[in-house]
Design a binder for this molecule. Sequence first.
Ligand code: SF4
Length: 320
Amino acid sequence: MTRPPLTILLAAPRGFCAGVVRAIDIVERALALYGAPVYVRHEIVHNRFVVDDLRAKGAIFVDELDEIPDGDRPVVFSAHGVPKSVPAAASARHLFQLDATCPLVTKVHMEAQRHHAEGLEIILIGHKGHPEVIGTMGQLPDGAVRLIESVEEAEALEVRDPEKLAYVTQTTLSVDDTKDVIAALQRRFPAIRGPYKEDICYATTNRQEAVKAIAPRIELLLVVGAPNSSNSRRLVEVGEKNGTPRSLLVQRAADLDWSSLQGLSTIGITAGASAPELLVNEIIDAFRNHYDVRVETVTLREENVSFNLPRELREAQSPS
Ligand code: SF4
């Protein structure tokens, strides 16, 4: 049987970012050093495949610390960051804590704390309910950080004192949408202070730019990622707004609906920052069963970012 030709434009960079690599390494290194179980509060990163893999190696995922028995077992906090109340509660119980918060999220926490110490009211641009937003708001007392999600909310915002205002952002937002929200804030409150651009991280920015580069050339964009992954969902939106109205989030090859994937000639694939490359390859292989596939990687820029592991893990000796 001859298969029709299909070109797959593979966006680069895609997939794992330095913060996700570090978070997974922290759990794996803790398992190697201290044995199972290692407790992990919340999904270490938003990807079921990653979570299931770590669970198989001995990680136990919990929603809250009270599910962890007293003792010497390590507890890892996820890459998204946690409110200050979480390490405080862990310290009160003398739990062995390992913090996998991405350093770029910690940077936002520190910015918010600095603004608060200077007496500024803080506006956080982010998505309500996302763990990173809960963690950032939880760095400061209740009421110190106001969350807004959209231009409309920026336009309607009432503040204590327009002269004493600062903003920070979630790291995984849409670069373009966030620009509009910041512009609305700056127009209404010219004295507002903020970061140089926004706090969106390099990985989110680069993945969105890479999608923009391929979107006008493709009939369909597949974003490999999880429905609760903010940066993956933003990649779908970036595809839709920049030339590929048909942009879909997909977790595994088994999720593909082949009845709707006939007659294609050029598609694009990218992956969110928490999606392993193995899942990208699985999806390309699935297309090979239906098409004569040619893969063209479109590289927008090279990434060479890496973050150190926490000192306790760097200094600990592996068991002989
Ligand atoms: Fe860190 Fe950005 Fe990765 Fe989030 S997406 S873990 S902020 S590098």
